[in-house]
Write a protein that binds this ligand. Structure first.
Ligand code: MG
Ligand code: ZN
Length: 214
């Protein structure tokens, strides 16, 4: 019974996701669905990268959050247009929420739209938003067992950021094993080691974004 209900919800979501996707491709906008646990560093990596990219292209950000606008305020301080979606406790964004948000954005002027999903390693990977690509941020402080325990999000993502890499000397995280696990479950994904604190990998992340825009 529950399975049937879930299927129907996803069916309705996917239809709207497809119409979002059609609209984005018609407007020639690259849309990244950025996912990861709470505290993985999604907003911090965005802050560092947007400071570099904002002078090169027209960008907007959609911030998904349970109740607050804390992340949106951080992005706003960088000087990039940001639209806040509060899910009122909902643990992921869905396509109808994105549809409502993009009605408020000037799509004709945009090159890049980044959607920071609600912090969660599980269901954000199950809900298509109409994005061009998915990316996941795993901070090494979360533990090296996470790709094996939450495979879907790592299989769905074309870019995987191993973030807070500056903490590597202080935590038990087998970096080589994780990279091996990831390339086995998703051979085509690009894997970057990043740190918003040290700045490691931020140029590479920006370079990957540029490559998607061209
Ligand atoms: Mg955040
Ligand atoms: Zn959820």
């Amino acid at each position: 019974m529950q399975v049937e209900v879930m299927k129907n919800i996803l069916g309705a979501n996917d239809e709207i996701a497809q119409s979002n996707r059609d609209l984005f491709s018609q407007k020639n906008i690259f849309v990244l669905n950025l996912m990861g646990s709470p505290g993985a560093g999604k907003t911090s990596v965005l802050e560092k990268s947007l400071a570099i990219l904002k002078s090169e292209m027209q960008i907007a950000i959609i911030e998904g959050d349970l109740f607050t606008a804390k992340d949106a305020e951080r992005i706003d301080r960088i000087g990039v247009p940001v639209f806040q979606i509060n899910t009122a406790g909902g643990c992921h964004l869905d396509a109808p929420m994105i549809r409502k948000a993009i009605d408020k954005l000037d799509l004709d002027a945009l090159d890049l739209l980044i959607i920071e999903n609600v912090g969660n390693l599980v269901c954000p990977a199950e809900f298509e938003l109409g994005e061009s690509k998915k990316a996941v941020i795993l901070s090494i402080a979360e533990g090296d067992d996470k790709p094996a325990k939450y495979p879907l999000i790592f299989k769905e993502s074309e870019l995987i950021l191993l973030n807070k890499i500056d903490l590597l000397p202080y935590v038990n995280f087998d970096l080589e094993r994780v990279k091996k696990d990831l390339s086995r479950m998703n051979p085509l994904a690009k894997i970057l080691e990043t740190s918003a604190t040290s700045g490691a990998g931020i140029d590479e992340f920006c370079g990957w974004i540029r490559g998607q825009i061209q």
